[in-house]
Design a protein around this ligand. Structure first.
Ligand code: ARG
Length: 497
């Protein structure tokens, strides 16, 4: 009972709630002597408690409280397994379950008092459990360490995150597919180097992003499949001498199997790195799309209008409608790539097994999750709301000789010229048109024949932008019927109704 008394002594800690010290306060605290209150969880071999500064640098509760649901789920499963394996009694297991359920309700109701002195979510929950149910709480940590506990909680959290990201990506694909379907025939210039290249359709352009998001979903799914092994029961690093059943806890928590090496189980953060890497790539896709929205919605392009819901005004210039949401999505990869870099650097050269360095794994992942979540939602909203402007798109197709490649293709197919020769001849016609201030469509047959005498009258219709687009029927090309076929196929492939 001496242990229980010590356990409950942490009430004194609790008055010393999560501190919010300024840098100056922290430096001053550094000079103070150790606190007298020893940790109720690990203070056995200590004669006095840690300094305030030690507590401050050590505490992760400010951010890892986000793991509470997973921590409680893991503890309940662990307790059930301990009871089934006859390591604790059924009565203790029942009390632990009831106490943990109550803690979950307290946290959800906002009445739970988180304590910085209790370091992290695991010790906050366990201490409250001891307050609520007494001695059985002290048996919960049998055959478990915080090392396997935190790895389990964090994996469960990232797994839930991956599932919600998949849903958000599928939503965005659905929004893109719907827009693409409506605008499968809408002509616009396709650009390379941000210069007019060839005519395409708006639907075709949007479908490029459906593919990119499909690969993102694949990367997140792949991360999930490798993540899904349970670390619980690996204990500190070496496994345990208790007759535990790791397969039972793994399957109760929805894992495919327990991890095969206890040391790897507590040291591995590949799942966090893989999530961050996939999130970084996904954020780059969103950023590229956001940049296109910024360009398309500019006064100079005017290809689309963004809705009022995703634009803001200026405090000085009354006419402004700024694409702030798109600009922010364009900027977000900075944070996500920063988190990926941060965690790579934390783990680099870290010897096995657990080191406290690894507590630095969570904030970047949480921030990347929040950042990606808001970027996905805002982008989907912009896609649903945006209105293309066909006149501006057609107007833009009147400059830049978008059908010069069609002219070269004609010379190959109808005149039997080798492509390089045809390219050269079409280039000469473009130069002549430019010097006359004409587009290819407006050049007379005589103008064309002056440069390439073999050209015949059947060239005329081929140089229109709609003719150019309609001709690109190759698999994955921009011809409207092909775009529609690919939309139908994508709905199947990505299971989007
Ligand atoms: N708060 C810690 C973390 O996030 C939990 C694990 C602590 N383990 C230890 N051996 N001190 O990593």
């Amino acid at each position: 009972m001496r242990f229980l008394a010590e356990y409950l002594m942490k009430a004194a800690y609790k008055t010393n709630c999560i501190s919010n010290l300024s840098v100056c306060d922290m430096v001053k605290k550094n000079k103070t002597s150790p606190d007298n209150a020893k940790s109720s969880i690990w203070g056995g071999r200590f004669s006095s408690g840690p300094s305030q500064l030690m507590k401050d640098i050590n505490a992760s509760i400010k951010f890892d409280r986000r793991l509470y649901r997973q921590d409680i789920a893991g503890s309940k499963v662990h307790a059930s397994m301990l009871a089934t394996s006859k390591i604790i009694s059924d009565a203790d297991c029942k009390a632990i379950h009831q106490g943990l359920d109550q803690i979950a309700s307290e946290i959800e109701a906002g009445s739970f008092i988180f304590s910085g002195a209790l370091e992290d979510i695991h010790m906050n929950v366990e201490s409250r459990l001891a307050e609520l149910i007494g001695e059985p709480a002290l048996r919960l940590h049998t055959a478990r360490s915080r090392n396997d506990q935190v790895a389990t909680d964090f994996k469960l959290w990232v797994r839930d995150l991956l599932d919600s990201i998949d849903e958000a990506l599928a939503d965005m694909q659905a929004a893109l597919l719907n827009k693409a379907e409506t605008h499968a025939d809408l002509l616009m210039p396709g650009l390379t180097h941000l210069q007019t290249a060839q005519p395409i359709t708006f639907g075709f352009h949007l479908m490029a992003y459906v593919e990119m998001l499909g690969r993102d979903r694949g990367r997140f799914a792949d991360t999930r499949s490798r993540l899904n092994e349970s670390p619980l029961g690996a204990a500190a690093l070496a496994g345990t001498s208790f007759p535990i059943d790791r397969h039972m806890t793994a399957s109760a928590l929805g894992f495919d199997r327990p991890t095969a090496n206890a040391m790897d189980a507590v040291s591995d953060r590949d799942f966090a790195l893989e999530f961050l890497a996939a999130a970084a790539i996904c954020s780059i896709h969103l950023s590229r799309f956001a940049e296109e929205l910024v360009i398309w919605s500019s006064d100079q392009f005017g290809f689309i209008t963004l809705s009022d819901a995703y634009t803001t005004g200026s405090s000085i210039m009354p006419q402004k409608r700024n694409p702030d949401a798109a600009e922010l999505v364009r900027a977000k990869p900075g944070r996500i790539i920063g988190s990926l870099n941060g965690l790579l650097i934390v783990l680099k050269g870290l010897p096995l097994a657990y080191g406290k360095d690894m507590q630095e794994d969570k904030e970047g992942v949480f921030d990347a999750a929040d950042t990606l979540g808001v970027a996905l939602a805002a982008t989907t909203g912009m896609i649903r709301d945006m209105t293309p402007q066909p006149d501006a798109m057609l107007e833009a197709l009147k400059t830049g000789f978008p059908t010069a490649t069609d002219l070269a293709d004609y010379m190959v197919c109808q005149l039997g010229m080798p492509f390089r020769e045809a390219h050269n001849s079409s280039g000469a016609i473009v130069a002549a048109a430019a010097s006359k201030g004409l587009e290819l469509e407006d050049m007379s047959l005589k103008d064309l024949k002056d440069i390439e005498p073999r050209i015949k009258p059947d060239v005329v219709g081929l140089l229109s932008v709609s003719g150019s687009v309609a001709a690109r029927t190759s698999f994955g090309g921009t011809a409207p019927n092909e775009v529609r076929a690919r939309i139908a196929d994508a709905r199947q492939r990505f299971a989007i109704g």
